[in-house]
Ligand binder design. Structure first.
Ligand code: SF4
Length: 353
């Protein structure tokens, strides 16, 4: 591993100090051996304070990812619609129409030929996977239509993410089209925080969709939005909660970034260190699960740090000639395909073809 990358981060964010010692080494040894980590072990990792310990955590997560899978998956995106019926809107949302001048702002609903052009472009670029995501209010009809277009016209791997806007019929339809993965992010399982930030949604509805996806044997993706005001204990509880889904195959780790004009525009962004720590701990807890980092949430310039921390899927990767405007979910920026490939190669990792 290119340890100088980690040292560079450490010099920015931590003063180089001595390790807290043997206990931490034992936890990392347990993780390397894939022994079960106790709740207190996981919390201890989140509370890492010293540079040397942080580097050991990164190194352990990096090695564990490479021992399982040293090829990195890339996932592109198609945003189906930003017309969202959730009312009131989630307080951080800059994706839905009229929520942020930094986001899409104007309402759109992509026509079939626009979805087709976008996914054809993704396929031709060599990116193997696409995420089709969109706002709420269609009982999954926007998702099943996109799945049909992708699967009838391309050989792309497909993830669908319309949050909790899915019912059993829509999920069966998605399965019939051979949708590879369905994503429903819980964001945070701190009930009070969820209610405060997402007053138009119920946490239980999202949990129910995750259960339905998993029970139908479809691969489930479900992730954490961090830096919203949750505690380390909340993150530990959330990660342990995800263990109950037998078909969990992917965990997105998304750092909060404020979108202007939203109620959270003055809330501080989630630091890179917190994102790296959470990615690495997730890798230690879930050695075989795909860990996804969207380029807008970590920032296109920070993609390499997500890979150092043990992620193996970079999402919202956009090819040069992509035929539509893209505003990332979580921030308006996104990673360009050429740049992301450059980062993967710089770290000496392979791309999944
Ligand atoms: S975050 Fe999603 S569900 Fe919430 S308002 Fe925005 S588009 Fe709608």
């Amino acid at each position: 591993m290119n340890i100088s990358n980690i040292k560079l981060i450490m010099s920015i964010s931590y003063s180089i100090q001595q390790s807290q010692g043997v206990k931490l080494r034992n936890i990392l040894k347990k993780a390397t051996n894939e022994d079960k980590l106790e709740k207190s072990d996981i919390l201890r990792l989140f509370k890492i304070k010293y540079a040397e310990d942080f580097m050991d955590l990164m190194q352990t997560a990096y090695n564990l990812r490479n021992s399982k899978n040293n090829s990195i998956k890339l996932t592109s995106t198609v945003h189906l619609t930003n017309i969202c019926q959730v009312t009131p809107k989630c307080k951080y949302c800059g994706f839905a129409a009229k929520t942020s001048l930094g986001g899409y702002y104007y309402p759109f609903f992509k026509k079939d030929h626009e979805i087709l052009d976008a996914v054809k472009c993704v396929e031709q670029s060599g990116i193997p996977r696409v995420s089709c995501s969109g706002a709420h209010g269609y009982n999954g009809a926007q998702a099943t239509n996109a799945a049909r277009i992708v699967k009838e016209n391309t050989s792309l791997e497909l993830l669908v993410n319309v949050g909790a806007d899915l019912n059993r019929t829509a999920l069966k339809e998605l399965s019939r089209y051979k949708t590879d993965t369905v994503c429903c992010n819980l964001e945070t399982i701190n009930q009070k925080l969820f209610n405060e930030l997402k007053p138009g949604e119920k946490l239980q509805d999202r949990v129910k969709v995750c259960e339905m996806v998993s029970n139908l044997g479809i691969e489930l993706s479900s992730g954490l939005l961090i830096g919203l005001g949750e505690s380390y204990q909340d993150r530990v509880n959330h990660l342990l909660f995800l263990k109950k889904f037998p078909h969990l195959g992917e965990i997105p780790i998304m750092g909060f970034n404020p979108y202007k004009n939203t109620p959270m525009e003055n809330h501080p962004p989630c630091s890179l260190m917190e994102q790296m720590k959470t990615i690495a701990i997730t890798r230690l807890m879930f050695p075989d699960v795909r860990i996804t980092v969207p380029t807008p949430t970590i920032g296109p310039g920070n993609v390499k740090y997500s890979l150092i921390a043990g992620a193996d899927n970079i999402a919202t990767v956009i090819p040069e000639n992509y035929p539509a405007d893209v505003k990332g979910v979580g921030s308006p920026s996104y990673g360009n395909l050429k740049d992301v490939i450059g980062v993967v190669q710089e770290l000496g990792l392979k791309l999944e073809s």
